[in-house]
Design a protein around this ligand. Structure first.
Ligand SMILES: Nc1ncnc2c1ncn2[C@@H]1O[C@H](COP(=O)(O)OP(=O)(O)OP(=O)(O)O)[C@@H](O)[C@H]1O
Length: 532
């Protein structure tokens, strides 16, 4: 029996580079064919009985553009990943090639370590099996539930996108499933056996960002007692999701762009860079193009991240999915002995609701409703939909030194820790840093809280600070400002939670912050949901 090694086609008119690529691939144990022109490449691709596991092409060839080959191979050799070699600094070419269907790119001068990483990843793709892994089990059913046409189309798009390295920008309202979609892309990709790391860019204090993303060496700054990896190293070989990417400060955007372009990062305090192989997926509920226009987001980073766009529709535009979504949630809420059901008219009542917090809000509503339900049957009244839509804030702000009875009760109650969605890792500053450092800096970043403290909870976000009521009278200066501010912040968050019966989606809306920011602050301030 003849053993067949994976076969690669190298297309380049520069003899030196072609030879370097060929030698490197041969050393990896691959069979290699070479072509110097588009015509030669086409002839080799057309050979009967020959299938390439990877095509690697230069962009400029004597008889045309490598881009043509990208289009042809993507259209007629669907199982053959094609990657392009781009000129140094030509970010534009790379983006164009990825949009045209290339699975990845590598820039000149070709770094051999990066080339090997890319080739291995391509081979995993064409064999349909993660490297170093036992044959993958049959892919699990999609986590994205729904039968509407728009969700079916989304699932098909995800299946296609999972086969490439192209950066994806996911947009959609809060709670519409952006992170779930990102996880799905990762799970269906050749990177599935490697980590998926979701980072909430809006929740990391600016002073910690570089350390969080790139890591640091021991002694790099006060408090750096040990060497730590950053998010990039943690996601190596896998996928890094930049959630709420619009919230990245401009200075960090520059560093991130560099890391994405170079595929290398440098830990704080290190002299050398290290290569990282990470697929980037970004998400935001903001209009990123508008952020670019307004100058709060760099155009070059936008261009880099936004190679392929994926849009998550709001739940109110796909209400046909309600039955299957509620079934899934009820299944999760029920136990072996006691199943949870919907009473008569409940689906209709849900259908008439607008779900500003989308699927997450649906989950919250059903979870809360179950607490009021008899024998596991949720009735229309249990949904409290009317209350959920009304946002009122008439309770006066207590003085910061006297906790409200609710606060005391909450503190005393047996608590349940806030969960990450899906039970999976959503990393925050506290994962990688000594708590003291995180707390101190995070508290220092809470400067806006005092001003917010004076505002009614349901303040129209369009109002400016000048329209807000005056700050509360504080006669004695607090001996520890960060602790004092934390206390006020905690009080306000608890108040918003109390008003919304602990519906975190609505509480976040009341406070004008994202769900994830609220969840982060709740963890930081140790606010836990009372047992129901
Ligand atoms: N199509 C879906 N099928 C099943 N569950 C879903 C679906 N869409 C969203 N969810 C669930 O809704 C919740 C919110 O989803 P997710 O965290 O992915 O939203 P998001 O858009 O990333 O939110 P945010 O904007 O706050 O970051 C999760 O528990 C997720 O599992």
């Amino acid at each position: 029996m003849t053993v067949r090694f994976p076969r690669v086609l190298v297309v380049d008119d520069e003899a030196d580079l072609r030879e370097l690529l060929e030698l490197t691939l041969l050393k990896m144990g691959l069979e290699v064919d070479c072509a110097a022109t588009l015509g030669e490449a086409r002839a080799l691709l057309a050979q009967a009985g020959v299938e390439y596991q990877l095509v690697l092409t230069d962009m400029r060839l004597p008889d045309g553009l490598g881009l043509e080959l990208v289009r042809e191979v993507s259209a007629s050799h669907r199982n053959t990943p094609i990657a392009v070699v781009t000129a140094f600094g030509s970010a534009e070419n790379a983006v164009v090639a990825l949009k045209a269907g290339a699975f990845d790119y590598i820039s000149k001068p070709v770094a051999l370590d990066q080339l090997r990483v890319m080739v291995r990843s391509a081979l995993r793709l064409s064999s349909g099996q993660p490297e170093d892994e036992a044959p993958a089990a049959k892919p699990a059913a999609s986590r994205l539930r729904g039968n509407s046409a728009v969700i079916e189309a989304l699932r098909a798009q995800i299946a296609r996108l999972a086969r490439s390295m192209a950066p994806i920008a996911i947009n959609g309202e809060s709670g519409s499933g952006k992170e779930l979609a990102a996880r799905e892309i990762h799970a269906q990709s050749s990177r599935a056996a490697k980590p998926f790391i979701a980072v909430n860019c809006g929740a990391i204090p600016e002073a910690l960002m570089e350390a969080e993303f790139f890591g640091y060496r021991k002694g790099a700054f006060t408090g750096a007692a040990d060497e730590r990896d950053g998010f990039f190293q943690a996601a190596n070989g896998g996928t890094l999701m930049l959630d709420e990417v619009a919230d990245l400060p401009l200075a960090m955007q520059v560093k991130l762009l560099r890391a994405i372009q170079e595929r290398r990062v440098r830990k704080i305090g290190a002299t050398a860079e290290e290569p990282v192989d990470v697929r980037i997926i970004s998400a935001t509920h903001k209009n990123l193009a508008q952020c670019v226009e307004q100058g709060s987001f760099r155009q070059d980073l936008y261009y880099r991240l936004n190679v392929i766009e994926l849009s998550l529709p709001p739940l109110r535009e796909r209400l046909d999915d309600l039955p299957v979504l509620t079934d899934g949630i009820l299944e999760r809420l029920g136990t072996f002995e006691s199943e949870v059901r919907l009473g008569e008219g409940v689906l209709d009542a849900l259908r008439s609701y607008s779900f500003p917090g989308n699927v997450r809000e649906l989950e919250n509503i059903l979870e809360r409703a179950l607490a009021f339900a008899n024998d596991g049957v949720i009735e229309v009244a249990d949904l409290a939909l009317k209350g959920a839509r009304m946002v009122e804030a008439t309770v006066p702000l207590p003085t910061p030194t006297t906790p409200t009875p609710y606060l005391a009760a909450t503190e005393a109650a047996a608590m349940r820790l806030p969960q990450t969605d899906d039970g999976a890792a959503t990393h925050s500053a506290t994962d990688l840093h000594p708590p003291s450092m995180v707390t101190g800096l995070a508290a220092a970043g809470a400067g806006g809280v005092l001003a917010a403290a004076a505002a009614p909870l349901a303040l129209d976000s369009a109002q400016t600070a000048a329209d807000w009521p005056p700050l509360p009278q504080i006669d004695v200066l607090p001996p520890n400002l960060p602790d004092f501010l934390n206390r006020i912040e905690r009080e306000l968050i608890l108040r918003a939670l109390a008003q919304t019966q602990f519906n975190r989606t609505q509480a976040a809306q009341l406070l004008g912050i994202s769900f994830r920011q609220l969840r982060y602050q709740m963890q930081k301030l140790d606010i836990q949901e009372p047992d129901t």
